[in-house]
Write a protein that binds this ligand. Structure first.
Ligand SMILES: [Zn+2]
Length: 307
């Protein structure tokens, strides 16, 4: 367990049958707890979603790509949104971070109950005109099973997703992590059998991490008896991309009627980033001046370019 930084490790079997991406996401989930003041159950819900999104994002190819993982279920968690970049840096929020449920039938945090029934969306911005959007009905709302199903049905890539978050009495994340194991086209039958046996014998990821197992240990357990190579390793963190300019642009672009409401209220405008909680304050005058300037610019453009 690493509480300072989260680390993604990747390995591939020497025959090219399978690859694995593992993250110790304890630091990411702890940051999410601090920002969102999550309940015990929601620490697990958002923690699993962030861990999955980070791993899925690390599969993107280019620096400018991003991946959004959304859960729209009918449970008390409400909408869950996580956004990741190609290095697995991730941010996220849940509509109701303080939702709480009693433990489920097997005495675990009821992640599936909190998410509920509904739909999972995977939106990939690959720098093209249109984003790629994958849609999948939720299997259980337990997140890992839903991600596994998504890869099978939407990307036709046999994948095992395992995620785990352990929460202490103070609702703080004690250990979190997960992996994506993917079979490559033409994977050897004997390797597939071995992987199934190995995974069947392993404890849950959160238990393994809580027991002090490292990414290397867990990859070694999944690939036990199979020749493999670790091919890279990098840090990932909870990272928001908001800044004052982005919010200012949005306020300058507000519809006239919405702006009028703000003018009538007559107060400075405060924005609050849902991903990181950062607040930005805008004096009303600053926005009105910027809107007037933009309007003047647009009028000029219209005159230069008569239709
Ligand atoms: Zn932010």
């Amino acid at each position: 367990m690493n509480t300072k930084k989260s680390i993604i490790k990747r390995a591939i079997t020497d025959d090219g049958s399978a690859r694995i991406f593992f993250i110790d996401s304890t630091a990411i989930v702890r940051r999410s707890c601090e920002i969102h003041k999550t309940s015990k159950t929601m620490t697990a819900v958002l923690g699993r979603a962030l861990t999955a999104a980070s791993l899925m994002g690390s599969l993107l190819k280019d620096r400018d790509n991003s991946l959004t993982l959304q859960f729209k279920g009918n449970g008390p968690a409400g909408l869950i949104v996580c956004v990741s970049d190609y290095m697995g840096n991730v941010r996220g929020y849940a509509e109701n971070p303080d939702a709480e449920l009693p433990p489920n039938a097997i005495g675990k945090l009821d992640v599936g109950g909190a998410v509920g029934r509904g739909t999972m969306y995977v939106i990939k911005d690959l720098g093209l005109n249109e984003p790629y959007i994958g849609v999948c009905p939720l299997v259980s709302g337990e997140i890992a099973e839903d991600v596994t199903e998504y890869y099978a049905s939407s990307e036709q890539t046999p994948t095992v997703c395992a995620l785990g978050v352990r929460v202490d009495q103070n609702n703080m994340c004690f250990a979190a992590g997960g992996y994506l194991l993917q079979l490559m086209p033409g994977a050897e039958e004997s390797i597939i059998d071995k992987l199934e046996t190995n995974i069947g014998m392993m404890n849950s990821v959160s238990q393994l991490i809580a027991d002090g197992k490292t990414g290397d240990d867990i990859i070694a357990s999944v690939f036990a008896g199979i020749e493999y190579t670790m091919f890279d390793e990098f840090d990932a963190e909870y990272r928001c991309t908001c800044d004052r300019e982005k919010y200012k642009r949005a306020l300058v672009g507000l519809r006239e009627e919405d702006m009028n409401e703000l003018v009538e209220a007559g107060e400075d405008i405060e924005t609050n980033c849902r991903f990181c909680g950062t607040k930005f304050l805008f004096p009303l005058d600053e926005i009105l001046t910027a809107r007037a300037a933009r309007k003047a610019e647009q009028t000029e453009e219209d005159e230069e370019d008569p239709q």
